[in-house]
Unconditional design. Structure first.
Length: 250
């Protein structure tokens, strides 16, 4: 069993993005982070877009990331509880990580309580006002029909098409968080709407690629986990408080 008691949260690794060399460097950095937390982590929440693209055929998965997956296996074999959230880039996760890592796959939100604190967890895609076109695409891509049709493609063709689509991601361009106005932050607006009917101490999201820690009414907080191409940010809950942190900050 793990000796740690902390909960760790990270999102938007986008492994595979920005070319092989960049992805491998990022993978090594993530592994160093996992090595750093291995002695005090009890539960690990990887909250979507871990991969820039992922699709599980019946007998085939995308190649690569073997060092990262091996490190996750080491942690779960030691008793760490692993949660993998479906993001907009890796929504086609099925049972591979359940079988190989004992992971819990989260399709939408996860509501939970730890240390007397209530958490609302979600990758963040499709929430809040706006982005109607993506909300339509999300329903289509998550449909059984779309998944069945894509699975009919040969992996070389299917993965090639998906990678070409995925590489249009905005992940490579660093954004200036100082210029983001809170009233324009969709996930903050979504959190405020939820708070009208239910209280959560922490709303934790990814997807926006911006490390944010915003105070909300009633002692609630919205934390965005950022991403690992530009920021290397994550959050840790020690049983009392959730803190947003930077790994190997230059």
């Amino acid at each position: 069993m793990p000796t740690g008691k902390n909960l760790y949260f990270a999102s938007d690794f986008h492994l595979g993005a920005a070319g092989y060399a960049s992805s491998r460097e990022r993978e090594d950095r993530i592994i160093r982070w996992l090595d750093m937390i291995k002695d005090d982590v009890a539960e690990l929440f990887l909250m979507g877009d871990v991969f820039d693209f992922w699709f599980e055929y019946k007998t085939v998965v995308p190649k690569g990331y073997i060092r990262f997956l091996g490190k996750l296996a080491q942690l779960t074999d030691a008793g760490v509880k692993l949660y993998l959230f479906k993001g907009n880039h890796d929504m086609w996760m099925f049972d591979y990580f359940v079988q190989e890592l004992g992971a819990t796959i989260i399709t939408n939100e996860l509501e939970m309580e730890r240390g007397g604190k209530k958490f609302y967890l979600h990758h963040g895609d499709g929430l809040g006002p706006g982005d109607q076109f993506y909300k339509f695409l999300k329903k289509f891509f998550r449909s059984k029909v779309c998944q069945w049709l894509f699975a009919r493609l040969h992996p070389n063709l299917g993965v090639g098409i998906a990678n070409a689509w995925s590489h249009q991601s905005r992940i490579a361009g660093k954004q200036d968080t100082e210029k983001i106005q809170h009233q324009q932050e969709w996930l903050e607006a979504y959190s405020l709407e939820v708070l009208k009917s239910r209280h959560f101490d922490y709303f934790v999201f990814g997807h926006r690629h911006l490390p944010l820690d915003i105070a909300l009414p009633d002692n609630s907080r919205y934390v965005n986990l950022g991403e690992w191409v530009n920021y290397n940010t994550y959050a840790v809950f020690d049983g009392d408080n959730l803190e947003l942190k930077w790994f190997e900050k230059g």
